[in-house]
Design a protein around this ligand. Sequence first.
Ligand SMILES: [Zn+2]
Length: 414
Amino acid sequence: MKKKLLVIGGVILAVLLVCTLLVPRLILLGVRQEKVAEDCNYGDVFFNEYDEVRAHLLEKVSELNAAGIATESESYAIDEADGLYIDTVYVPAQEKKNLIVLTTGVHGIEGYIGSVMLDVFWDEVYPTLDKENTGVLVIANVNPYGMKYHRRYNENNVDLNRNFILDWESFDLASNQNYPKVDDFFGPEKKMGNLFWHEVQFYGGMLGAVLKNDVATITNALTGGQYEYPEGVYYGGLEDQASTVYVKDIFEQTLTGEYENIVHIDVHSGYGPRYNMVIFNSIYDTYTEAESQELFNYDYIIAYDSESFYPTTGDTTDFYYRLWEKLGKQNSLFSTCFEFGTLGDGFLDSVMSMKYTVEENQNHWYPSNNKVTNQVIRERYHEMFYPTEKEWREKTIEDFKAACKGVLDAKLIK
Ligand SMILES: [Zn+2]
């Protein structure tokens, strides 16, 4: 009997040892993506570093000017020593009817796909517009720190798309009542070691969190934004961030300026079905999902009445509407978000998205000493916002063009 127990114990130990040694490497192999084929549309502008994106944008400005499109540009320093800038590009219209405002990189790492879409815009959307009466204002790389360091958050761990609060004085910082319930699980204060043991621990903890709170509580706790845990995920800060001050001011200028009609598109990635870009409307937009589908001739819409709509605090589109209202609606406004899905929109995809989000944050505050762990966390996070797969990349371009056509045909004044 004793001998039998010893043999079983030995086998278990051996299996665990093999798992500890092999599983992390297998996971790394799984995370590794095929190399993007060079013949991918726009293949040469899918950059991986902030400096490349920025240099390319400045080149594009020269290109537009050389093509006779008079362009004004400005670089606003967020951190000069670190070379972090928000770049704005403005092409004025003669007759000030429409102004298209494009923002990218509010969530830093999502600025990479945003940058590609700016190229698609200038090359394929802009030439179809009536340039006499339609101006364009691009605010690129709103969160340059997050772009440079491949994070969603900025230099203060603030999620800028939860930081656009109209009035901090009256804003309830404890508005997210679910986050405190799950903070233990979302903000582990320790380094990750071997990936096999980390995975075992994570799924165990996840099961505990799911048993204690239902899945909706957990999802809402995360995505809504929170203002009480500065080292947590989706932290919205306590005051306007440098990027926010700058962008808020530009939004105000557009709402008090000469243009009759403002159409704003904020480009994001990471949420929704993998191969379909979703037009995610603000809660302040009055059209239903069905009405928007017809209006934009585009199937993938999330509107205030959609099942998958979730409310957030402090996002750019809601802010734009609230400021517009505060300033007395002097012109007309449509502000929306283009969201490129990456992992997918099933239950398991949401769990994975949550997992990668928490792990990246943990590894930011408590960097692991384990090389393989670091690599897996980093590469997974990148894939979650900027997939390398050719099919995904080509579809983003098609969807962006179709959605731009739908929105601009419907919302620009002729
Ligand atoms: Zn985003």
